[in-house]
Design a protein around this ligand. Structure first.
Ligand SMILES: *Cc1c(COP(=O)(O)O)cnc(C)c1O
Length: 409
């Protein structure tokens, strides 16, 4: 039987036609399609200004740098996330402070966040794991509370203006998810989405910063500054320089170079226009199918897909197998692959990766992260997954788990 892939992109004629149109338009780098994609993303999420870049990683780092995060500062993030969330903190010379997550939903634990705050804390980076939003109301309450605010050591004009710790959401998974009925992108000071090839909405590689800084900040001004900051600090972009006689430019900062191209924005435009009423509907159906089919088994610890205040973007279906060891989980994964079904693990905890181990992190300090990881298996979700394939996934999982559990008894 053919291998069921984990998460292939949906590249069809509509996408190919739009990319072809971009190629033929004579404008392939940042230009009208990128700007249109930004506008449509803002309309979708409900914020005013969104900046598209070449990755979510770049977006996270740019926001940390905009806020002035530097050596000696601390940034709090979950131990259970992809390395990008922590690497950008290291790039800025600051110290990632890892905290343990919730057993229920894999997200950062707010009590642990509170306990980790010091006078060096500049930013908290919650991660909407698998597409389920974090508790932003609670996080905002923490950073706005009197004693946390009085501890905050504002060192730059921007930090003084905010007057508290910034919440920078790693929303790489959660485009289209809702919290209190409203989409992610408006709940943190800034939220960063990923359009990497395996994400819910892809542009091959890409990302976007949804700006939501509170007054007296002007998100329009920040957006304009970031456009320049992500293009070498050059005060005119390539499109502006195309205007007749408009060749002179200045460099106002030693800026970065991580703009999105119109070629990939073309993919994003098509993806976004069919996202809510097509992509998300199908992803939800896949997750609901797995949920219902696996709820019959005592060993299955099913993920939260929605609850009173939240609905996932259905990016992942992070199944956990109750009580298994990491070795047993690995054996189950092997047995699932033997049935020609691709699965994955999200993620290897940061304290188990060589670089972060060398920084002194120890997985023993993160028991919930470890047990989430050791028992987790992410099931395949993609647009063209057929009903027969969904059935095969479930049978492969059941067969694999039961064979390993039988061996253990
Ligand atoms: C994919 C991912 C990122 C990075 O996204 P890129 O667009 O590849 O830079 C960051 N955080 C999490 C949790 C991710 O899964």
């Amino acid at each position: 039987m053919a291998l069921i892939p984990f998460s292939p992109p949906r590249i069809d004629d509509e996408i190919i036609q739009e990319v072809t149109a971009a190629l033929k338009s004579g404008w392939i780098t940042t230009g009208p399609r990128t700007k249109q994609f930004e506008k449509e993303l803002s309309a979708y999420n409900g914020n005013e200004y969104t900046l598209c870049l070449n990755s979510a990683t770049a977006g996270l780092e740019i926001m940390l740098r905009w806020f002035g995060v530097k050596e000696g500062d601390e940034v709090i993030l979950p131990a259970y996330t992809y390395a990008a969330t922590a690497n950008v903190v290291v790039h800025c010379g600051a110290r990632p402070v890892l905290v343990d997550v919730n057993a229920s939903d894999f997200n950062i634990n707010v009590e642990n966040v509170k306990a980790a705050i010091t006078s060096k804390t500049k930013v908290i980076m919650p991660v909407d794991f698998g597409g389920l939003p974090c508790d932003y109301t609670a996080l905002m309450e923490v950073v706005n509370s009197g004693d946390v605010k009085s501890k905050f050591n504002a060192e730059t004009e921007i930090q003084k203006k905010l007057g508290r710790i910034m919440i920078l959401s790693d929303a790489a998974h959660s485009l289209g998810a809702t919290y209190h009925g409203k989409r992610t992108g408006i709940w943190a000071d800034a939220s960063v989405f990923s359009f990497h090839a395996v994400k819910n909405l892809t542009t091959a590689e890409g990302g976007a910063i949804a700006l939501m800084l509170p007054p007296p900040f002007s998100n329009e001004e920040i957006y304009k500054f970031l456009c320049i900051y992500t293009l070498h600090g050059q005060n005119k972009d390539a499109l502006a320089k195309m205007q007749k006689g408009n060749w002179k430019y200045d460099i106002i900062e030693a800026g970065f170079k991580c703009n999105m191209t119109d070629l990939v924005a073309a993919i994003g435009l098509i993806e976004l226009r069919r996202y809510n009423d097509d992509t998300l509907v199908v992803r939800k159906q896949v997750c609901d199918y797995y949920y219902d089919a696996l709820s019959a088994f005592d060993w299955a610890q099913l993920p939260i897909l929605r609850d009173e205040h939240r609905e996932s973007s259905y990016h992942l279906f992070p199944l956990r197998i109750k009580g298994v060891s990491e070795e047993q989980r690995d054996a189950i994964i092997q047995a699932i692959f033997d049935e020609d079904v691709s699965v994955n693990v999200h993620f290897i905890p940061l304290p188990q990766l060589s670089f972060y181990k060398k920084q002194g992190f120890n997985i023993d300090d993160y028991p919930v992260t470890y047990s989430n990881f050791a028992t987790e298996i992410s099931l395949p979700i993609f647009y063209d997954l057929t009903i027969e394939q969904k059935q095969r996934v479930v049978s492969a999982v059941v067969k694999a788990v039961e064979s390993v559990l039988v061996k253990a008894t």
